[in-house]
Ligand binder design. Structure first.
Ligand code: PHE
Length: 470
């Protein structure tokens, strides 16, 4: 059956525009801020390997599934899921999957915006020369002064949310496509420059060893879950962001090729960031497991000591803000599209409503770094012993909600939707490539996600079954 649905929100001007927007969504704080610090906390190599495997066998197939559902449904994820469920003769309550995604988007953006606020603040630190010649201790104290002050955090968070709302209000095609076209290449260049600095630092080998030499005794079940959760997070999967962007994708654009391109670009950015950061960590005797402040405590040291550091440092944090910006708008787009479709709101009003809700949630993260830094809500659970409210929000969304969302998307795409429909929408012929996708989404993704969940709850110890250490 062919579909005749049209998106009321318009479509991207071309396949390239979609690639740019989806890459903008994928490449963000997840690659440059989060990947290095979680890899550092979980021992490096083995974590990185699990993450790369998850990108390849879960991430790419799920991205294809999400784009496919979006393009076929042509509406916000909530309404897309309802229409496609009806088309497949299934329960309309599949729309709840869209709701869960909207909730995940709010929660993620609530802390994402606070961290993006740090990057904004660092643009001003960098341009004023605050890093020039500074020691590791000096840089650490700049970071602590910022995060210790809830008023400043709130101000930067507010500014970033306003920036997000402005772009979202202007719609999918305004400005955004053009920003990414410049952003991603520029980010590449700056990361390469930082890698060059790291190479000359004297600890480049040690950094590479840390990132790429897997030691499986350093990763536990929880680390595996975090690596898998991050594969979803970094590719913007499991919550409808890529689905809603897919709903604006023109007919006849290759979903497979597009998804692979996006995943490869995203992964390269993360690895380049890791390769820049860890040598700086080691050469300065810093802690790889320092946590969320890692890049803010390492990269400024490099900028403070390299020639042209003032310019490069400023440019780097500007680009980081842009990368976060192009991701944040996709986090809120599913909610905004629904408000426009079902509540008849204008995009402007929908953006304001969604933005205010997110801003309020963001206060939880603002206080996690100062007033509430010693407040550990779930300290009775071993893995959450020292987790702040921010840590819990991050864990709940990235490691539980996104993989669960991805699992449901997988189940829907190949167990509920008719094979003919996915075959037609993916439009790649009934050959090897399609069959590989089908098998991965039908068996590998669900089994992998379920195993990792069971493993982390301790119900089943698969590493012992497989005879692995740890
Ligand atoms: N992928 C984004 C990043 O890596 C974060 C994100 C997650 C965006 C989920 C949209 C949806 O920073």
């Amino acid at each position: 059956m062919t579909t005749t649905r049209k998106s009321i929100h318009g479509v991207w001007s071309s396949r390239l525009a979609f690639v740019l927007a989806a890459t903008g969504s994928a490449v963000g704080l997840g690659n440059i801020w989060k990947f290095p610090y979680i890899a550092g906390e979980h021992g490096g190599g083995a974590f990185v390997l699990v993450y790369l495997m998850c990108i390849a066998v879960i991430g790419i197939p799920i991205m294809m599934a999400e784009v496919m559902l979006g393009r076929r449904g042509r509406q916000s994820p909530i309404n897309t899921m309802r229409s496609l469920a009806q088309e497949a003769g299934a329960d309309p309550r599949w729309s709840w999957l869209g709701w869960a995604g909207v909730l995940a988007g709010f929660l993620i953006l609530s802390y994402y915006s606070v961290i993006a606020g740090w990057a904004l603040a660092y643009v001003f630190r960098a341009v004023s020369g605050a890093f020039t010649g500074a020691t590791a201790e000096g840089i650490a104290s700049i970071f602590e002064r910022l995060t210790g002050d809830p008023e400043r955090l709130m101000a930067w968070h507010t500014l970033f949310m306003i920036m997000t709302m402005i772009v979202v209000a202007r719609g999918v095609r305004g400005g955004l496509e053009k920003a990414v076209r410049f952003l991603v290449p520029a980010l590449f260049v700056l990361l390469l420059l930082l890698d060059g600095y790291a190479m000359a630092s004297g600890a480049f080998d040690q950094g590479l060893q840390f990132l790429f030499n897997p030691d499986f005794s350093k990763i536990d079940a929880n680390g595996v879950l975090i690596a898998m959760g991050h594969a979803f997070f970094t590719l913007s999967l499991g919550m409808g962001a890529i689905m809603v962007y897919g709903s604006y994708l023109p007919e006849r654009a290759s979903i497979a090729r597009t998804s692979i391109t996006i995943a490869v670009l995203d992964t390269i950015v993360a690895l380049l960031a890791g390769m820049a950061i860890f040598p700086i960590v080691f050469v300065n005797g810093l802690e790889p497991g320092a946590g969320p402040g890692l890049i803010f405590q390492t990269l400024p040291i490099a900028f403070g000591h390299m020639t042209g550091g003032l310019v490069f440092g400023t440019l780097f944090f500007v680009l980081l803000v842009f990368a976060a910006w192009t991701s944040s708008i996709s986090l809120i787009e599913p909610a905004v599209a629904w408000l426009v479709e079902n509540r008849g709101m204008t995009r402007v009003n929908a953006s304001v409503v969604a933005g205010i809700v997110t801003w309020l949630f963001g206060l939880l993260t603002v206080f996690s770094f100062n007033q509430w830094s010693e407040f550990h809500l779930l300290s009775f659970i071993p893995v959450f012993k020292t987790a702040t409210v921010f840590d819990l929000l991050d864990y709940l969304t990235a490691n539980i909600m996104l993989p669960l969302g991805g699992l449901c998307i997988a189940i829907f795409s190949v167990w509920v939707m008719r094979r003919d429909d996915s075959l037609q929408e993916l439009d790649m012929g009934d050959g090897m490539a399609y069959r590989l996708w089908y098998a991965l989404v039908r068996y590998v993704t669900p089994v992998a996600v379920i195993i990792v969940f069971l493993n982390v709850t301790g119900l089943v110890d698969f590493s012992r079954l497989l005879g692995m250490a740890g």
